[in-house]
Write a protein that binds this ligand. Sequence first.
Ligand code: UD1
Ligand code: MG
Length: 462
Amino acid sequence: MRALILAAGLGSRFKSQKAKVLHTILGKPMLWYVLRTLRELNIREIGVVVSHQAEEVKKVFEGEDGIFFFHQENPKGGTADAVISALDFWRDYQDYLLVINGDSPLVKSQTIKNMQRYIQLVEEYENIKLSALLLSGFLPDPTGYGRVVKDQSGNVIKIVEEKDATIEEKQIREINGGVYFFYCPHLLDVIFSIQPSPKSGELYLTEAIALMHKKGYVVRSFMAEDQAEVMGVNNRWELAIAENVIRLRILEGLAKEGNTIHQPETVWIEPSVVLEGEVEIEPGVALRGNTKIGKGVRIGRGSVIENSVVEEGAIIEPYSIVRDSHIKSGAIVGPFAHIRNHSVIGEGSHIGNFVEVKASEIGSHVNAKHLAYIGDAQIGDRTNIGAGVVFANYDGKQKHRSKVGQNAFIGSNSLIIAPITLGDYSYIAGGSVINKNIEEGDLAIARAELRILKGKGKEKLL
Ligand code: UD1
Ligand code: MG
């Protein structure tokens, strides 16, 4: 089967510099969802009509095989003009071409499969070769969509666009979902007879239906099971609604696979995220990009995890941010922790309240439980980092790295000035400023000596 995606339109209702089909739903361009649907159907030859921001649109398909781009000279030419622009793709094709609007991201592959099956059944049992089958649905408010006009036997006579519809036609609630199967020889028969709309000057693909009917060809509509599938995305509010639909579909899928999602209306999980089961997601969590969450992980309220791996049994306490990092099994992160820039948190380590870890490798069973900054550092197993410890990694010009051995102890409020190495079992007394390497087993203390002046305090206060 071949499919043609119409993605050349300007999307003026978005009031955007960016092409409509590039606006994102859960972090992926709207068009990505259309492509995914076609891939689920194993369609190997996909034509894409581009025009406005063609280069950016093409990037969505980077690395994909069997994609053929066609340029529509005039992105305001209309949907039929778009199909004509790709004439080379289907002119000699003696089969059904699936045409799909680039702004129809909600249609499911199963529905398209069912449409295909319907065409076969009609052929088999009614002995009728359908010239077109279009996806339709009943929307509570059909305003803005093409209405499907049928005769008494249920065949489609025409699709009338909102702008051209009479008051009676506007009452029709069956709308065109922008997904069609066209039998190519019959499409070729009519497409050049389409006249520009007197209202907009565009060539409407939907006009092909009326022309087919006039020739005696049979056109039917196929009702979507889930009415949301027929929704087109023409402005940013519809984008928000479509995003909600896809978001809930993802969450439903993950819940049914055995993950607990509390208050799904507040949870954001992007399509490329993997949950390995028994994961518990609290309200307000966002999981983005290529993120993988291991079995039994709990992710606390309000946390954001992006392009990261969290291994089995780890806990992310509330309001923590993890980006481009790896949290190993059994580690505890947060609450209010920030892990970023390719950091690794070792097994069973605890990175606690208000601790920031940047580009650092933390060994296993390390504790840094409160208020620390660990930047560009390597920390050995079982080392303890006290409250308020700061790794000064930047001298105003360059970043430097620190290395701390195993079983070391860095007392609270110490400043570790990189580049520096602190050996295994080294002990830094609290409040020290350390700017020299400390060898294995040594104790370093760098602070002004304590003086006690008897009775002087009260004297000052009275
Ligand atoms: C279209 C249908 C309407 C249907 C609705 C479903 C037509 C004339 N109308 O209306 O019956 O109910 O979709 O969502 O087809 N495009 C091009 N080149 C163009 C114009 C559009 O490639 O010259 C692309 C757009 O990028 C878009 C798709 O075709 O992805 C549909 O165009 P759009 O302008 O959104 O059509 P609608 O008004 O939504
Ligand atoms: Mg549209």
